[in-house]
Design a protein around this ligand. Sequence first.
Ligand code: ADP
Length: 282
Amino acid sequence: MAAVSLQGVHKVYNDVHVVQDLCLTIHPGEIFGLLGPNGAGKSTTIRMVTTLTEPTQGDIVVAGYDVSRQKIDVRRQIGVVLQQTSVDNDLTVWENMELHGRMHHIQNPQRQRRIDQWLDYVELKDRRDSKVKTLSGGMKRRLQIARALLHNPSVLFLDEPTVGLDPQTRRRIWEIIRGLNQQGMTLLLTTHYMEEVEYLCDRIGIMDRGKLIEIGTLEQLRQKHGQAILMTQQGDRWQYQFFPTLVDANAYLDQQADKTGKMTRPSNLEDIFVELTGRKLD
Ligand code: ADP
């Protein structure tokens, strides 16, 4: 059974198809990264999959439950870390966890055990009595993650989990995400950070203007579009040309009479993204 399955999904706001005919299957145990520029429809997709907004058309099934007809069952199966849903600043770390645990009807002593377990996992145990407003941005994000895990979901959704965090804090969040995956959790995350996708994701879906325009592993995408790039400087701009391999790119460069402003290198996800969309990610 798929962890998440979307078939022919559309979302229309004010006559605009912000998500168009989306078909996507996420396998149990994988980390799937949905990549795309702002406005591509990533958050809307996450909101539909997590029952926060209804698809205009199409079927979405999460852990065997339909998001339109079996909302409560879906919600039991998922954890959600959205950018907007922040933790309550005037409560302590423990109070935030306690509140969430009660909302999910987790009984004591199991509730306290799980609060301890997840605060320990995200390394916030020693801050359990601190008011959330005294925590750093990275700590707040870790608390959001711990809270989303309290009811033991099988799929965790993270909408731009490291946006606005410094590189060191970002790495820490990545380790937490990886660790959860090693424990068997399925994760779907959205991002527009290339390194995040390259570091974390088993498979990548690229969205642009509401459509899924590419899907696969990074290696599959590099093989399809070319594993090497020839960069040519033209004034203050660079032109990019794909080649199947670095050997091919170097052979081509060797034949050029004038090699000034030209260099070859392995291709990366950003090259593929720009090739597909004509746009940079940030
Ligand atoms: P992303 O997460 O990829 O940046 P979003 O899913 O947030 O993209 O947005 C996709 C498009 O849908 C944008 O053009 C956005 O303005 C529009 N949109 C998102 N939510 C709403 C809403 N509640 N009402 C109207 N338009 C919306």
